[in-house]
Design a protein around this ligand. Structure first.
Ligand SMILES: CC(=O)SCCNC(=O)CCNC(=O)[C@H](O)C(C)(C)COP(=O)(O)OP(=O)(O)OC[C@H]1O[C@@H](n2cnc3c(N)ncnc32)[C@H](O)[C@@H]1OP(=O)(O)O
Ligand SMILES: CC(=O)C(=O)O
Length: 546
C-alpha cells in the first residue's frame, strides 16, 4: 500500500501513527462500543489516514472477536492496517498451545501487538514468575506469531517505571521481543506518571543503548500524554500510539488529533497522507458522537473554541492579520476561526463579527462605537451575546440604521400587552393561560392559548395571533430554552435578574436570541420576540435579494 505525504512523496514505514481508540479508548469509564460502532470508528480513523488501527483484544471479549470476524469481510481499509492486541502466553506453557495467542492468529489481523510486563516488580507480583521465564514468554510468543507471518509490535508495559527501577530487566524484555522478530519496542508509560524531559531522556538513552526501533504509548495521568508523546518523537521514537480525543483508561491517553496536529504543523513531520489533516475536526466530532460523549469544545486543534477569540485586543490584531493570534491557520485542521462578542469586545471585535453576520460596519465609526457601548452596557446588566448571534445581529442593524439616520425596519408586529395566568386547581394539574394583544397586518388581534408553563402559553398565544397574517411562522419552532438566574454585583439574590436563551429553528437553520429581565416571563418574551423579528428580517432580505 502506498501512502503519500502532504508534499506528495510516498509515506512509507518510516513513521507510524498507531491508533488504539478501539482498545485503550474503550477502557475509558462510560464508553461501550457495539460491534457496529467499532466498525464505524475504524472507518473514520481510516479516513483520517492513520497507519494502524488496534481493533481490540480477540479472545478476551466476544465483542472484539466478532469485530475482527466482521472486519475481515466488511472493513475495506484504504490506509490503515488492522492490529489485534493481546498478551503473551502464560508462564510455563507454550505459545502454540495458548488459546489467547491462537485467538490473535484467528483474528486474521496482519499485525499483532503483544503486551508484556517490563517492570521487575510486576513480573514478581503480577505474573508471579522470574525474569528468565517472563522473557521466555515474550520470546516464544513473538517467534510463534512471526513464524505464522504476522508483523509483531511489543507494548512494554510499565517500561519507564521498570527502567528506573531495574534497567537491565526492562531492556532484557525488549530484547526478548526484538531478537525474535518484533518490529517495534513500544515503551509504555502505563501509570501515566512521567513528565516530558525525563521521558525524552529515557527514550533517547534506550535508542542509544539498543539501536531498536522505539515507539511510545502514554497515559495522561499527569496531563502530559500529548507533550510526552511529542517529546518521545523528538528524542527519536518513530511509532506513536494515541486515541481519538484522548479517550482511555483513567485520565485517558494521548489525543490523536493534538499529537498529529503537533507532529505535522510544529515538527514538519508528514505523518498523514496528503490532504488528510483537514479531516481532523470532522472526524474528532464524529467519533465523539459514536462514543456518546459531548465533544470537548476547548480541545486543542479540533474544539469549537480552539480558534474562538473573545478579547478585544486579540480581535483588533486579528482584523489586521489572523495569524497574529492563531498558532496555525484553522483551515489546515478543518476548523474555523470565530470572534466572540461580549463585554470584552472592542471595535475590532464588533467589526469582524458584523462581517460574519452580514452587517457592514467598516467605515461606520459612529455605529461601531455606539454598538460597542451598547453591548458593554447590556452585558453589565446580565445580557450575553456570546451565544446569541441573532440578537446581536438585530442590535448591530439597529445601530447602523440609527447612525445612518434611517428608520429602523419596522418589526412585523407590535405588542399592545400580554397577560399570563397560572391556574392550579386543588384537584388538577397546573395550567398556564396567556392572552396577547398585538397589532399585525394593520389589525388589532387578541388571542388566548394554554400551555404547560407560562412561556409555552405565551408562545402559543403569540402564534395564534400572528399565524393568519404571517404564514411563514408555521415552520418556525422553539427548539431549546435555557434559563439562568444572575445576581449582578454578586448580590445575595434579592436583586437577581433572569437571562433566557432561546434557540429557534425553521428546519433549514437555527438561530439563538437572548432576553434579560427581573421577571422570567418578560425575559422569555424579549428572547421570543427577537427570534421572530430575526426570522422576519431574514425573509425580507431574502425577498429583497430576489
Ligand atoms: C495496560 C493495559 O491496559 S493492557 C490491556 C488490558 N485490558 C484488559 O484487561 C481488558 C481485557 N481483559 C480481559 O478480558 C481479561 O482480563 C483477560 C481475558 C485478558 C484475562 O482474564 P482472566 O484469565 O480471568 O484473568 P485476570 O483478568 O484476572 O488477569 C490476570 C491474569 O493475566 C496474567 N497476565 C497479566 N498480564 C500479563 C501479561 N502481560 N502477559 C501474560 N499474562 C499476563 C496474570 O498473570 C494473571 O494470570 P493468572 O490468572 O494465571 O494468575
Ligand atoms: C499497553 C497499555 O495500554 C499500557 O501500557 O498502558
Amino acid at each position: 500500500m502506498t501512502r503519500t505525504t502532504p508534499a506528495g512523496t510516498p509515506l512509507g514505514d518510516d513513521f507510524h501513527v498507531y491508533d488504539t481508540t478501539l482498545r485503550d479508548g474503550a477502557q475509558r469509564e462510560g464508553i461501550s462500543y457495539s460491534v457496529a460502532d467499532k466498525l464505524a470508528v475504524a472507518r473514520l480513523l481510516d479516513d483520517v489516514g492513520v497507519g494502524f488501527i488496534e481493533g481490540g483484544w480477540p479472545g478476551a471479549m466476544p465483542k472484539d472477536t466478532e469485530f475482527f470476524a466482521r472486519a475481515a469481510t466488511d472493513l475495506h481499509l484504504k490506509h490503515a492496517a488492522l492490529v489485534a492486541f493481546g498478551s503473551t502466553r502464560k508462564a510455563g506453557a507454550k505459545a502454540a498451545d495458548d488459546l489467547q495467542v491462537r485467538a490473535l492468529l484467528d483474528s486474521q489481523a496482519p499485525v499483532v501487538t503483544l503486551v508484556a510486563k517490563s517492570d521487575r516488580r510486576h513480573i514478581d507480583l503480577a505474573l508471579r514468575t522470574d525474569v528468565t521465564e517472563a522473557c521466555a514468554m515474550v520470546a516464544d510468543t513473538v517467534a510463534f506469531l512471526v513464524g505464522e507471518g504476522r508483523r509483531v509490535f511489543l507494548d512494554a508495559e510499565h517500561f519507564f517505571d521498570g527502567y528506573a527501577f531495574e534497567p537491565d530487566t526492562a531492556l532484557r524484555v525488549l530484547g526478548a521481543a526484538m531478537d525474535n522478530g518484533a518490529d517495534v519496542a513500544v515503551l509504555c508509560d502505563t501509570n501515566g506518571g512521567q513528565l516530558p524531559l525525563g521521558l525524552a531522556d529515557t527514550v533517547g538513552e534506550v535508542i542509544a543503548r539498543t539501536g531498536y526501533r522505539v515507539g511510545i504509548h502514554c497515559q495522561d495521568d499527569t496531563g502530559c500524554a500529548v507533550a510526552n508523546s511529542v517529546a518521545a518523537v523528538q528524542a527519536g521514537a518513530t511509532h506513536v500510539q494515541c486515541t481519538a480525543n484522548g479517550y482511555g483508561e483513567r485520565a485517558g491517553n494521548a489525543d490523536l488529533f493534538a499529537v498529529v496536529g503537533n507532529l505535522v504543523t510544529k515538527l514538519g513531520k508528514p505523518v498523514l497522507p496528503h490532504g488528510k489533516l483537514a479531516e481532523l475536526t470532522r472526524v474528532s466530532h464524529a467519533l465523539a458522537e459514536i462514543a456518546n460523549i459531548a465533544p470537548d469544545t476547548h480541545q486543542a486543534y479540533v474544539g469549537a473554541s480552539a480558534f474562538a477569540h473573545k478579547a478585544g485586543l486579540h480581535a483588533s490584531a486579528i482584523k489586521v492579520d489572523p495569524e497574529l493570534y492563531n498558532h496555525i491557520d484553522p483551515d489546515l485542521v478543518g476548523n474555523d476561526m470565530r470572534v466572540l462578542v461580549t463585554e470584552m469586545a472592542g471595535r475590532a471585535s464588533l467589526e469582524l463579527k458584523g462581517r460574519e453576520l452580514g452587517v457592514d460596519l467598516a467605515g461606520r465609526p459612529e455605529a461601531l462605537s455606539a454598538a460597542v457601548r451598547k453591548v458593554k452596557e447590556l452585558e453589565a446588566r446580565g445580557w450575553s451575546f456570546e451565544a446569541a448571534d441573532a440578537s446581536l445581529e438585530l442590535l448591530l442593524r439597529r445601530e447602523v440604521a440609527t447612525a445612518d439616520q434611517q428608520a429602523v425596519a419596522a418589526p412585523p408586529f407590535a405588542l399592545e400587552s400580554y397577560r399570563v395566568i397560572i391556574d392550579h386547581p386543588a384537584d388538577g394539574d397546573v395550567v398556564a393561560e396567556a392572552t396577547v394583544k398585538v397589532h399585525v397586518g394593520g389589525q388589532r388581534v387578541i388571542a388566548t392559548a394554554e400551555g404547560n408553563g407560562p412561556v409555552h402559553a405565551l408562545d402559543a398565544a403569540l402564534r395564534r395571533a400572528l399565524l393568519p397574517h404571517l404564514p411563514w411562522l408555521d415552520t418556525v419552532r422553539l427548539t431549546d430554552y435555557k434559563v439562568r438566574i444572575l445576581t449582578p454585583g454578586g448580590g445575595a439574590g434579592t436583586d437577581a435578574v433572569t437571562r433566557v436563551l432561546v434557540e429557534t429553528s425553521d428546519h433549514e437553520t437555527e438561530w439563538v436570541t437572548v432576553g434579560v429581565h427581573g421577571n422570567i416571563v418578560e425575559a422569555s418574551w424579549l428572547a421570543l420576540c427577537d427570534a421572530l423579528v430575526h426570522k422576519a428580517m431574514d425573509r425580507e432580505s431574502v425577498v429583497a435579494r430576489g
